[in-house]
Design a binder for this molecule. Structure first.
Ligand code: URA
Length: 230
């Protein structure tokens, strides 16, 4: 939210006072004086007026989990274990998943309380590749790569998928890179050829690769450098 709107929403300031406070550089965001009314204030920002705290700012949190098979990418589920059950963190209910995986899909799962960060990671416009290792029931044909690269029509969403890159590794294994995350996208792409996906593992989301030190079910916080890459 813009700083001028944030301040005007507080009962103690009217819009004219907000304009003055900003012009007089009496507002600080994260320790820096701010006079631009469009300056972005987030739930993680610390906001002060003349040194008096107006918003403390929540800590932003980011985790990488090696999702095991047989758990749900949701925060609650009446029947099955969820990925949140694997985290031993205070206030883990504040976290959300940046790009879900199916029940039996394994691999890189990112969790955060920072909605802007997770949107940058998942929205197709940013074109960050999501890379999957895939095993299939039938052999992968020579025509798959061109079909995936041209895009497939998904009738339910009434859209054509963005160009995807297929690297065939063996008769029934491949690495697929997609830049969006439609519902069951990889399975539906192979389903176009009536070829069932028998194993699906996410290796990477944009610049962030699954840490090989993490066994299935283990997680760790992201480093500052990893957070800044998104
Ligand atoms: N595509 C799928 O079909 N399933 C996943 O879990 C992820 C991508």
């Amino acid at each position: 939210m813009r700083i001028d709107r944030f301040l005007s929403n507080l009962p103690r300031f009217n819009r004219q006072q907000v304009r003055l406070l900003l012009a007089e550089r009496r507002i600080q965001v994260d320790g820096q004086p701010v006079n631009d009314p469009r300056h972005d204030v987030r739930e993680f920002s610390r906001v002060e007026c003349d040194g008096q705290l107006l918003q403390a700012g929540k800590p932003a949190r980011y985790f990488m989990l090696h999702k095991p098979p047989g758990c749900v990418s949701a925060t609650v589920d009446p029947q099955h274990a969820t990925v949140l059950d694997l985290l031993d963190e205070p206030d883990k209910g504040d976290l959300h998943i940046a790009g879900r995986l199916d029940f039996n899909t394994t691999g890189l799962l990112l969790l955060t309380n920072d909605g802007q960060w997770s949107r940058r990671l998942t929205q197709p416009q940013t074109k960050l590749p999501k890379v999957y290792y895939v095993e299939t029931e039938q052999e992968i044909g020579p025509d798959y790569a061109a079909t995936f690269s041209a895009g497939l029509y998904f009738a339910f969403e009434d859209l054509t998928t963005q160009p995807a890159d297929l690297q065939v590794l063996g008769p029934k294994s491949a690495r697929l890179s997609i830049i969006e995350g439609r519902y069951h996208q990889v399975k539906r792409m192979f389903g176009h050829f009536n070829n069932k996906v028998t194993r699906l593992h996410r290796e990477r989301m944009g610049p962030l690769a699954l840490d090989e030190q993490l066994a299935p079910g283990q997680y760790r916080p992201l480093t500052e450098a990893e957070i800044r890459q998104i």
